[in-house]
Ligand binder design. Structure first.
Ligand code: ATP
Length: 329
């Protein structure tokens, strides 16, 4: 079966700035593909090329078997797209706007069912479709953007930072919608700079950094999720001996231990299993513990090095490791 999205040597130049360097990307039908990367990595540029909002400087792009620039309205109808920057400023209500989209997207014969689906989605996401869209908050506008992409159950969903501005409960509902889309046989390509939402939904991931794919494969193989930032406050301990104990924890880096009013405050990042850290921690009186995901930029740079450096183009399903070796995932 041909891939739903096939991108070969996609190159995009804005004047002297190269936004995408000879990008290769394949998305298989019926899968959820996550494109992650820090700000400015080229995610939006890639997605806009797929829906023909911008055109490549060179390279080839095929979406649902067609070239976006030649596919026209019939191709666009098969795609649901949420742009990274959504501008909804009209006086029309959410209902009227969505009815208009249903009509122009050619859903005429089944527009009643599309609008029913829009109402269901609005209930799930919690947005009032009776209000003029320009009066909606940023998060509620984003919900209308998601509804217009999902309501006609397109074969392919292309979602650029779809959860931006949504509160955590709504984000969870959105992730359920993505899983349901996959179960219904739809293909989803979503971009994000939030690792956890990609981890929860995507079958495959590509990590984009400075216009290059620095790693791709399944989520687990990328090791991005294996890095955590930890902060603890321990009672009745002295800084030097505490530091010495935690320095022995495998995968610990950037260890900082400072004396605190009631004990020792310690922070570090841990790559790999958290278990040895927890076992060491168990020997102390723990007053406070925070474990969090480091930001994506930090993870990408630590694990995959400086993407600006000229590198060999990665082959499919290989991950490039920070130590310069390449590992098959
Ligand atoms: P973010 O997460 O911040 O939205 P992104 O990964 O989507 O980032 P892009 O918006 O694709 O990144 O931008 C990639 C690079 O191309 C950036 O360096 C950006 O400044 C540049 N760029 C994007 N659009 C234009 C444009 N119209 N003209 C000039 N440079 C641009």
């Amino acid at each position: 079966m041909t891939d739903t999205i096939e991108v070969r040597a996609l190159h995009k130049r804005y004047g002297r700035h190269i936004a995408l360097h000879e990008l290769d990307l394949n998305v298989r039908p019926g899968t959820v593909f996550g494109l992650i990367g820090p700000n400015g990595a080229g995610k939006t540029t890639t997605l806009r090329t797929l829906v023909d909002v911008i055109r490549p400087s060179s390279g080839t792009v095929r979406v649902l078997g067609e070239e976006p620039r030649r596919g026209g309205p019939s191709l666009r109808r098969r795609i649901g797209y949420v742009p990274g920057e959504l501008h909804l400023e009209g006086r029309a209500s959410g209902h009227r706007l969505l009815a208009f989209y249903a009509e122009v997207s050619g859903a005429a014969g089944s527009s009643a069912s599309v609008l029913r689906s829009a109402r269901d989605l609005a209930d799930r996401l919690g947005v009032d479709l009776n209000r003029p869209v320009r009066t909606l908050s940023k998060g509620n506008k984003q919900k209308v953007g998601l509804i217009q992409a999902f309501m006609h159950r397109p074969e392919l969903l292309i979602l650029d930072e779809p959860t931006s501005g949504l509160d955590p409960l709504v984000q969870r509902e959105f992730l359920t919608m993505v899983r349901e889309a996959r179960e219904a046989g739809q293909t989803v390509l979503l971009s994000s700079h939030v690792l956890s939402e990609i981890q929860q939904t995507a079958d495959e991931v590509a990590v984009l950094s400075a216009g290059r794919i620095v790693a791709d494969g399944d989520v687990a193989s990328l090791r991005l999720g294996s890095m955590r930032r930890v902060r603890v406050r321990l009672g009745g301990a002295d800084a030097a001996s505490t530091r010495a104990a935690f320095e022995r924890v495998p995968g610990i880096e950037g260890l900082d231990a400072a004396v605190h009013a009631e004990g020792v405050q310690l922070s570090a990042t841990i790559e790999g299993s958290i278990d040895p850290f927890v076992k060491t921690l168990a020997q102390y009186e723990v007053h406070e513990l925070t474990v969090e995901e480091p930001d994506l930029e930090e993870s990408v740079l630590r694990l995959y090095g400086d993407a600006e450096a000229p590198t060999k183009k990665p082959t499919t399903r290989r991950t490039r490791r920070g130590d310069g070796r390449e590992g098959r995932s």
